[in-house]
Write a protein that binds this ligand. Structure first.
Ligand SMILES: Cc1cc2nc3c(=O)[nH]c(=O)nc-3n(C[C@H](O)[C@H](O)[C@H](O)COP(=O)(O)OP(=O)(O)OC[C@H]3O[C@@H](n4cnc5c(N)ncnc54)[C@H](O)[C@@H]3O)c2cc1C
Length: 565
């Protein structure tokens, strides 16, 4: 089958009142992107709005909307609001002149526009021809737009009935492993072509990989999908004696694997679900050093995965470490469907898993409109619909902002009396600036219903006891997390919540029996280390998880080099 292209020339719109400057911007856009995109410049804000409306009326898509900062607040807001409602995936940015960041007024406009979600970022106006920096920023916008447009062709196509629960799970697996993909219903034009090409298979879900020679899989397991894409799920033909076993490939495990393998430690990393852990499900990580306009969690962890792979770390994904026994100065691990793996030292980086909502009718709809954590892939499917989020932490706030790009209404449901008790101020501000996000404080979810798919939930006001039905297409539950440590031997000491003690806290535990003190990330069992969210007292952040992953490697070097006594 011929691989489809975009089919149209999506719009790159620039609005700037300075004709000379606008001409330069148009010229740069045209030269770099003109073959595939329709470049349009407008001098007046109202013409910018008209162009966006016209594109929508003709069924065209807008990919990037750039607006000069010198327009009035209202004029800029009108263009961005039109772009947001008519072309929700278009990347929106403020055009600023070089040096403008030094003017408090311009800086204020940039920060305010970002805080309320009007723009993704700012773009420096081109001042030279060719302006490679300008091209690079626009190219990044275009790539992000392209990945978020559900109608664009992608490296993997999932074909299934519109509301197939398994198709949702497959899309989620692909998203969280950073595999670019798109979904098509069986009745869509492309869906029908794919099914016809491979002889109308009877299965529920077909996964077609046009970028990998047209490979196709019918009702595949998670492991089969990842193997077909080239992510290993076994240890066939590999010596199973490693220097280091890392359990869990979230940011902490990936950080450990990158530093350990780059420093010559023979490392295997086992992950039971998807590379990236919680970070893989974060739509935008804004506070990771070096990425000032943020980046998707899936992209960050994919970069980490590739980095560890390049340094020679061995990955085994969709397999769970089920047991661990100290043995012969090292460790023997039982890995589901793989068997025994030996390592001289082990790092536990198993993070946390979400607390359940505890409403039986909603538990039954898990995966069918009720989701744990926020899934990037679910948001687009909710375009124009109403979705709810239970929770009041930063991840709930980020999820609300992400969903607001697509949903008509987002209900944020919190038990407490105000969001600011548990959510960062920048998120609270951004949420209060978006009228489509309705915040329900002092409220809990006590019921819900759906016939194979969530239809509504019941909310109860915790002060008055009054109940109301809320019709919802999806509910995202983000009410806290517990560590994944049940499977570890009892001698590994942990706090009352199950988080692992390390360092000085481990030294005080009954299991610690050496004369030396434990290393800062060592648990109460010598040679068994813990990093990231699973560690008692850890800071629950991507950067700290990665940082702990780097620090623990020097401790492992010391451990491996020193006879234990
Ligand atoms: C929606 C969301 C948004 C977030 N946004 C931000 C943000 O913007 N900035 C920020 O700093 N932080 C953010 N966080 C928090 C951040 O993602 C976590 O602090 C970080 O991912 C912790 O990393 P970790 O490696 O310790 O654990 P995790 O990310 O939880 O990874 C643990 C991994 O271990 C695997 N695992 C568990 N048990 C086993 C086993 N027995 N065998 C094999 N594998 C196992 C799990 O499947 C998982 O992949 C966000 C979290 C969420 C959920």
């Amino acid at each position: 089958m011929a691989v489809a292209e975009w089919g149209d020339r999506p719009l790159l719109l620039a609005v700037d009142a300075d004709a000379r400057q606008l001409g330069r911007i148009e010229g740069e856009l045209q030269r770099a992107f003109g073959a595939d995109f329709r470049v349009r410049g407008e001098l007046l804000p109202e013409d910018g709005v008209r162009t966006l409306q016209g594109a929508k009326d003709r069924g065209e898509r807008a990919a990037v909307v750039l607006v000069d900062e010198s327009f009035s607040d209202d004029a800029r807001a009108k263009i961005f609001e039109t772009a947001r409602s008519l072309h929700p995936n278009a990347k929106r940015a403020l055009l600023v002149a070089w040096g403008a960041w030094a003017h408090p007024e311009s800086a204020q406009k940039i920060l305010r526009s970002m805080a309320v979600g009007d723009i993704s970022y700012y773009v420096l106006k081109p001042w030279i021809t060719p302006d490679e920096l300008f091209h690079r920023v626009i190219a990044e916008f275009v790539m992000e737009w392209s990945r978020s447009e559900p109608t664009n062709m992608r490296e993997v196509v999932v074909v299934a009935a519109q509301h197939s629960g398994r198709a949702y799970a497959v899309s989620d697996l692909l998203s969280r492993n950073g595999i670019p993909h798109t979904f098509r219903s069986r009745t869509s034009e492309l869906g029908q072509k794919v099914l016809e090409e491979i002889g109308h298979p009877k299965g529920e879900v077909t996964v077609w990989m046009p970028a990998i020679g047209g490979t196709h899989l019918i009702d595949p397991t998670d492991a089969e999908i990842l193997e077909a894409w080239g992510i290993p799920t076994t240890l066939a033909d590999v010596d199973r004696n490693f220097d280091l076993l890392v359990v869990g490939a979230g940011p902490a495990g990936l950080g450990t694997a990158v530093y350990a393998s780059s420093e010559g430690i023979r490392t295997v990393i086992v992950e039971r679900e998807a590379i990236g852990g919680q970070a893989g499900s974060s739509s935008l990580i804004r506070n990771y050093l070096g990425f000032s306009r943020g980046l998707s969690g899936a992209e960050l962890v994919q970069r980490g995965y590739q980095q560890a792979w390049v340094f020679g770390a061995r990955f085994v994904v969709t397999r769970e470490v089920e047991g661990l026994t100290p043995q012969g100065g090292g460790f023997l691990a039982q890995v589901g469907d793989v068997g025994e793996v030996r390592a001289r030292a082990v790092v536990i980086s198993t993070g946390v898993s979400y607390r359940r909502i505890g409403v039986p009718s909603l538990e039954e709809l898990s995966g069918q409109g009720v989701y744990y954590g926020s899934s990037v892939s679910a948001a687009q499917a909710l375009t124009g619909l109403r979705a709810g989020i239970v929770g009041a932490g930063n991840s709930a706030g980020q999820a609300a902002l992400h969903l607001a790009r697509y949903c008509a209404t987002v209900d944020l449901i919190a038990r407490g009396s105000k969001l600011s008790d548990s959510m960062s101020a920048y998120l609270v501000d951004a949420i209060s600036a978006l009228p489509m996000i309705k915040v329900h404080v002092n409220t809990e979810v006590v019921g819900g219903h759906g016939d194979g798919q969530l239809e509504w939930i019941t909310l109860r006001d915790r002060r008055s006891g009054q109940e109301q039905h809320l019709p919802l297409a999806s509910l995202f539950v983000m009410i806290g997390a517990r560590p994944r440590t049940d499977w570890l031997p009892a001698e590994v000491d942990r706090d009352s919540y199950g988080f692992l003690y390390t360092g000085a806290e481990a030294a005080a535990c009954p299991s610690w029996n050496l004369a030396r003190s434990p290393h800062p990330h060592e648990t109460s069992i010598p040679g068994l280390f813990a990093v990231g969210d699973v560690r008692s007292g850890s800071v629950k952040r991507v950067a700290s998880a990665v940082g702990e992953g780097s620090v623990v490697v020097s401790e492992i070097h010391q451990f491996l080099a020193t006879p234990q006594s």
